[in-house]
Design a protein around this ligand. Structure first.
Ligand code: UDP
Length: 385
């Protein structure tokens, strides 16, 4: 019999923040379980055993946010190095700066446009027949036209998501701005950085509390929550319900690793949007920590594929059939009285780390209040369904 009153399933950012906040607010014991052998989920980092380079084992993670409270919160658990993310795209026509900015436009079309001229020019390329874009492809064609879309987005998106871009949501493309100035930074947020000793160290510090117990290599099974006052589930929502309506679609990633001397590509991330190249991007990890010096370099070539039963789910696809399935799982979840669903997998949304931290941080006082007053409990954070 556990002495803990709260069970948190999953030791990623969602699980760690909610565990910490509830343990502190309520002063009760919290048990955190995770099926992997390490904490931090997909933002887990570890130093390469031979060369000491900090590796983002499950793909590139850059912390960026415009919420000052979230930025201050994560910096309570780690010092952040001054990293600013910049991406290049390697195409048949050359190497260009991403997201599309004035440098990309002038370079790509061989022009010397001013911001205003570039804006007017790009407007002539857009497909004016498209009203409200209904999908990713229409969103792109309406605003940047066929040539830029085919070069930078069509092939990458098809490889990344394993489907036609017209089957994906228009909101996906909205993650990437088009800028008519020379700002070539990938994210538009106010704050950005990489933790000096990696993300796993942050999660370990969040979980380092006398009221928190962590059990790794421990898989969730139904019935496990019976002896707890409350369960916070951060795993896949379809897994919680034993996939009874079927599995939600996810893309998973895999990498070819190689090691080299010196500098391999001169940047942390170079995208390969061409449909004829089998991978999506090449990640060179030592560029995430420009304040460190390494003579060697670790390079991960990134591929995407459909998630099989034994694979780790990364990107929620959210195709039309997934949304129908999700609706059924959400209906079940809404009826729960002592379970809450938190984070990317449990709410089946494409969330970045800062959003996950912000949601857990905002949700914690509501949940703590409800648990201590034994009131009806919030099942999802605001905006999750
Ligand atoms: N994307 C693209 N070409 C690129 C980069 C992004 O078509 O060179 C599209 C693609 O569909 C991708 C989405 O924009 O999934 C979001 O890109 P982001 O860089 O935010 O993806 P993440 O880094 O989270 O994988």
């Amino acid at each position: 019999m556990s002495t803990s009153r709260i069970l948190v399933v999953g030791a990623g950012f969602s699980g760690a923040v909610i565990a910490r906040e509830l343990a502190v607010a309520l002063g009760v014991k919290v048990l955190v379980i995770d099926e992997r052998e390490h904490v931090a989920g997909n933002c887990h980092t570890e130093r390469d055993p031979q060369y000491g380079i900090m590796l983002h084992k499950y793909g590139a993670h850059i912390f960026h946010t415009s919420r000052e409270d979230v930025w201050n919160y994560v910096r309570r658990y780690s010092e952040f190095g001054p990293y600013v993310h910049r991406v290049r795209a390697s195409t048949k026509r050359g190497i260009f700066s991403l997201p599309i900015n004035l440098f990309t436009i002038n370079d790509f079309f061989g022009k010397q446009f001013s911001p205003e001229e570039a804006q007017a020019f790009i407007a002539t390329l857009g497909d004016a027949t498209i009203g409200e874009p209904q999908n990713f492809e229409e969103q792109a064609l309406k605003f940047i036209g066929r040539e830029l879309y085919d070069t930078f987005f069509y092939g990458y998106t098809k490889k990344q998501w394993g489907c036609e871009p017209r089957d994906l949501s228009a909101s996906l493309l909205k993650r990437l701005p088009v800028r008519f100035n020379y700002d070539d930074t990938y994210f538009s947020d106010r704050f950005q950085g990489i933790p000096l000793d990696g993300y796993t160290a942050i999660i370990e510090r969040l979980l380092a509390d006398a009221n928190i117990e962590v059990k790794l290599n421990t898989r969730w099974h139904s019935g496990m929550g019976d002896e707890f006052d409350h369960v916070i589930f951060t795993g896949p929502i379809d897994c919680y319900y034993n996939y009874r309506f079927g599995r939600l679609g996810y893309r998973t990633m895999f990498w070819d690793r190689s090691y080299h001397e010196g500098d391999f590509q001169g940047n942390s991330v170079i995208n390969y949007p061409g449909a004829d190249v089998p991978f999506t991007r090449i990640v060179e990890h030592k560029h995430f920590t420009p304040w460190e010096k390494h003579d060697h370099t670790a390079v991960f070539t990134e591929y995407s594929k459909e998630t099989g039963e034994a694979d780790i789910p990364y990107y929620p696809k959210r195709l039309a059939p997934d949304k129908v399935l999700l609706g059924k799982y959400l209906d079940l979840a809404r009826q729960e009285t002592n379970v809450s669903f938190l984070g990317r997998l449990a709410t089946y949304r494409y969330l970045d780390m800062h959003q996950v931290v912000g949601e857990a941080f905002d949700f914690a006082p509501l949940l703590a209040g409800a648990i201590s007053e034994k009131k009806a409990r919030p099942v999802f954070p605001a905006g999750a369904t």
